[in-house]
Design a binder for this molecule. Structure first.
Ligand SMILES: NC(=O)c1ccc[n+]([C@@H]2O[C@H](COP(=O)([O-])OP(=O)(O)OC[C@H]3O[C@@H](n4cnc5c(N)ncnc54)[C@H](O)[C@@H]3O)[C@@H](O)[C@H]2O)c1
Length: 406
């Protein structure tokens, strides 16, 4: 079988499959879209039509381009339709057995040199490649939701993935207008691995009674320039989804203290307070605007002189915006925790520092990548804050990673 240039087969027409199909069709690729349920494919294609119509209405796309993209979207009635695909991307449910079965069902139909990509967020690319008997040709192509808007694609090399497959996948994603970060096949890849302290350190500060939800989110938005505060973001993601990701990464990495799941968050889940989707999480969404819904006993802010100095030195180097001592402590503690996690991820071989910066800027919309920030602040300043913070905790989570000692 030979591949027709620029034809992609997409398995699964749910949220991600539909989004990826739109991206590919808008970039001039022919798309064969398959799902167990034909109605899902029809709904997905109708949804893409509506989104493209809106782009035309807003003047962001020409009518002729929309019409051409629409004709490139095909409903694949069966795996036979995948015979000309140079790339297949599976975006079915997050279950290794389902993914294996679905890919096995199309594999014999594919051209020999076809790339087999998975959009998994948490499963091992290496294991999936082995399970389908094509470890060399299997690669992670991790899009973010919503795929047409989010710029980042993490291209994940499994242990056996051929370098040519990784390069070609990265080239295709770039051709689709995406920014690529290359990652190793580790739990959470880059973004879900490195971003964990953004939520977890914020939840710890809340649990300690050091600051309320509004104060924590304010510090990260206004002082740090993050688009959303960590706690409001957990409500948007869903407390259940967010804590499940934290727990799975924590377990997979042998339970490092920095990534220990939050008891408060697990209690929210047990109480059914899952965030926006249930009307209550860290905040309550019942009134006109969200109000904090988590009550914690406040402890007074008591910084010793060394910590106070380390926080002001760190925050002055990190941001031009000033705030109260509490704002600066919250911002510094959360940011330095992300920097530590990024350095540890790099040490674990997750990715190059530049790829980690790219992933966090484009996958989570951080204002700067962690290494970019650490360079701006100065490694010595980061180390002074970490040494001081580490002396205040019993779990050694602020221990300085080797990279920052350089
Ligand atoms: N939703 C996100 O934010 C997000 C982000 C990045 C990656 N992912 C990953 O993308 C994948 C899909 O997630 P989603 O959110 O689009 O899920 P979804 O539930 O919206 O869609 C999954 C689709 O797979 C289809 N499906 C199930 N079994 C199938 C089979 N045997 N053959 C063909 N189709 C089958 C379902 O009918 C459904 O349409 C998962 O691996 C998920 O981890 C999701």
């Amino acid at each position: 079988m030979t591949a027709s240039a620029n034809t992609v087969g997409i398995l699964g027409a749910g949220t991600m499959g539909a989004g990826i199909a739109q991206v590919a069709a808008m970039s001039g690729w022919t798309v064969e879209l398959l799902d167990v349920d034909q109605l899902t494919v029809r709904t997905a294609i109708e949804g893409i039509h509506r989104r493209l119509d809106r782009l035309v209405e807003k003047g962001r796309m020409q009518a002729g381009q929309r019409d051409a993209a629409v004709t490139r979207l095909h409903t694949a009635g069966s795996p036979r339709c995948f015979g000309g695909c140079e790339l297949v991307i599976e975006a079915v449910v997050e279950d290794i057995d389902v993914k294996t079965a679905v890919l096995r069902g199309v594999i014999e139909r594919l051209p020999d040199n076809a790339i087999i990509a998975t959009n998994t967020s948490s499963l091992s690319v290496t294991r999936l490649g082995e399970a389908i008997g094509r470890p060399g040709r299997t690669v992670g192509m991790h899009f973010f939701n919503p795929a047409p808007l989010m710029k980042l694609v993490e291209v994940v090399a499994g242990d056996e993935t051929e370098p040519e497959v990784v390069d070609r996948t990265a080239g295709i994603a770039e051709g689709w207008g995406k920014v690529v970060a290359r990652a190793a096949d580790v739990p959470g890849f880059i973004v879900n691995h490195v971003a964990r302290p953004y939520y977890l350190e914020a939840l710890r500060i809340l649990e300690e009674g050091l600051a309320g939800p509004g104060e924590i989110d304010y510090a990260m938005r206004e002082i740090g320039g993050f688009r959303m505060g960590p706690l409001e973001l957990t409500d948007l993601i869903g407390q259940d989804v967010n804590t499940a990701t934290s727990r799975s990464v924590w377990e997979a990495l042998d339970r490092p203290a920095l990534l220990k799941p939050s008891g408060l968050q697990e209690q929210l889940v047990a109480d059914g307070h899952l965030g926006r989707k249930t009307g209550r999480g860290v905040y309550s969404y019942e009134g006109e605007s969200p109000v904090p819904a988590v009550e914690v006993e406040r402890s007074p802010l008591q910084l010793n002189e060394t910590l106070s100095r380390a926080v002001s030195e760190f925050s002055a180097a990190a941001t031009d915006v000033s705030g109260t001592e509490l704002d600066m402590l919250v911002f510094s503690r959360i940011l330095v925790a992300i920097i530590v996690q990024a350095a540890l991820a790099h040490e674990r071989g997750v990715a190059e520092t530049a790829d980690i910066d790219t992933a966090l800027r484009y996958g989570t919309n951080y204002p700067k990548g962690p290494f970019e920030w650490a360079r701006q602040i100065g490694h010595g300043v980061c180390v002074r804050l970490l040494d001081t913070l580490n002396a205040t905790v019993s779990d050694n989570r602020f221990a300085v990673p080797a990279l920052l000692r350089e």
